[in-house]
Design a protein around this ligand. Structure first.
Ligand code: GLP
Length: 250
């Protein structure tokens, strides 16, 4: 039986970005109203550059695409420069023809976070579910903001961030981890796993160990990304550094 997730190793981070951008472009051509799940973080920056390039070359049309971002910081208003909504505008949406009424975000400043999570689940359902969910991975194995824990939540929910996660997001908040919100809203593991296809991208040596555990380890809530082993159509695209701990075991 074919193993899940499938592992694709490419020469470097640029090649990972190009390969995934090519796939997104091709999928968009086949289904212009594609429902895309999108991540933030340093890893997808090259992907977003490549998607902007594709758009400029006339090879990707985002006008009918529907997008859902994975997560958002709690207490951060949509216009705040540290919000993931601002991140997406800065690196992708301001540079392509995405329709703002079709780009969806969790509102970190919503008066009732629980209700906001329910609204998001409802919107995803109304869009017909996510066709292609793109994911990064935290060095502790989190996806979205589903942090390692004894239990994981299936649906979009409020989450407390780990110190390492706040540190790795510090750049968005002036470089100080203490100023990164302590909580966030995130799609749940079920929301993510229900996507019809998922692609996780990881680049650089700092991701080698969590990638090795994701590919070869048991499925455990202590490494949320390991649940991708249960997905029927999941790929991970790695550069050689992120794949460096896999050895000959793949
Ligand atoms: C944040 C995001 C995750 C992302 C992770 C990795 O915590 N919520 O979705 O995968 O960062 O970030 P980076 O790509 O910068 O390593």
């Amino acid at each position: 039986m074919e193993r899940s997730p499938r592992v694709v190793i490419l020469a470097d981070a640029r090649a990972v970005a190009r390969e995934l951008a090519r796939r997104v472009g091709e999928t968009l051509r086949a289904k212009p109203d594609l429902v895309l799940g999108l991540p933030t973080g340093r890893t997808p920056l090259l992907l977003y550059q490549e998607l902007v390039e594709l758009y400029r070359r006339g090879e990707a049309d985002f006008s009918r695409a529907i997008t859902f971002n994975l997560d958002e910081f709690l207490g951060v208003s949509p216009g705040h420069p540290g919000s993931y909504r601002s991140f997406m505008r800065r690196f992708l949406f301001d540079h392509v023809n995405a329709d703002p009424s079709r780009t969806n975000f969790l509102d970190g400043a919503a008066a009732d976070p629980q209700e906001e999570c329910e609204r998001y689940e409802h919107e995803i359902d109304r869009a017909g579910g996510i066709d292609l969910q793109i994911l990064g991975i935290g060095t502790n194995g989190h996806i979205g903001f589903n942090e390692p824990a004894a239990e994981l939540e299936a649906r979009t929910h409020r989450v407390r961030l780990k110190p390492e996660t706040r540190r790795s997001n510090a750049a968005l908040f002036g470089g100080d981890a203490e100023t990164v919100p302590a909580e966030a809203l995130s799609m749940g593991m079920g929301t993510i796993l229900q996507a019809r296809a998922a692609v996780l991208i990881a680049t650089g040596r700092s991701k080698a160990l969590c990638v090795e555990r994701l590919v070869n380890g048991p499925i455990t809530t202590l490494l949320p990304a390991s649940f991708l082993q249960l997905h029927r159509n999941a790929d991970i695209y790695l550069d050689e550094e992120a794949a460096s701990a896999l050895g000959g075991t793949r």
